[in-house]
Design a protein around this ligand. Sequence first.
Ligand code: DGL
Length: 283
Amino acid sequence: MVAGCGCSATHVSHSADHRPIGVFDSGVGGLTVLAALEQALPATSFIYLGDTARLPYGTKSPASVERYALQCAAALVNRGVQALVVACNTASAASLPALRQAYPDLPVIGVIHPGAQAAVAHTRNRKIAVLATEGTVRAGAYQRAIERMDARVQVTSIGCSVFVALAEEGWGEGAVAELVAKRYIGALFDSPDAPDTLLLGCTHFPLLRKTLTALVPNGVAIVDSAETTARAVASLFADRSWDVQGRGGSTFLATDGPERFARVGSLFLGRLIEVSAVERVDV
Ligand code: DGL
């Protein structure tokens, strides 16, 4: 067990390893995680797979999401990755045990444990609100992870599926986003017992960060599982003395059309993705 990522991998390599790290998500949302990973590990190469043909995962059953995640992982493993990052919160919630069972020698890092750890570190009043998709909330993965870290923490989980569509439409800020955010979390801070930490447990929600920041009272911390996962992956590599001094850069794969992946994905990655840089694949 490696502190900080919830990863149970046992294989340790001390030789130089320039193989890429595989990252997958239900679509383009995980590019927020990739952006943080590129920043944390600039010399590392990444292969990102977005399962855009089957997006969204957040409203699907856990059995379907687990099956999709195993197929995405297989596609990346076939390309020779040295670790797998499950950037999708819904897939992390539904499929980590199955992925670790399928690939016992490969580090498999999900977003739940790092996000939960950061939220627990931030909260002072031991009250955390988790905003996620319906599937992540139903799976209760953040709740369990947080309670394992500190059983005294009270967790309120709120499914905010409409945020996913808003983020993809480029409407993370503005009147519509404000109205939807108020509808989801407006009442949360009415009581004096309100949470002091808001955990963004979905790849898309960092795009609503400004809207959420304006809505929550002063002093409420907003924790983003993308950043915390990138830090956990970076520390996993440092802990294991792996040589990650490769050439850096990312390769993009998508199960649906490259055009939408490149256009909407650029919003999430924070830089331009050329259509020609996206390969369509079947998984
Ligand atoms: N990537 C998903 C997550 O983080 C959000 C989009 C979806 O529902 O597929 O939960």
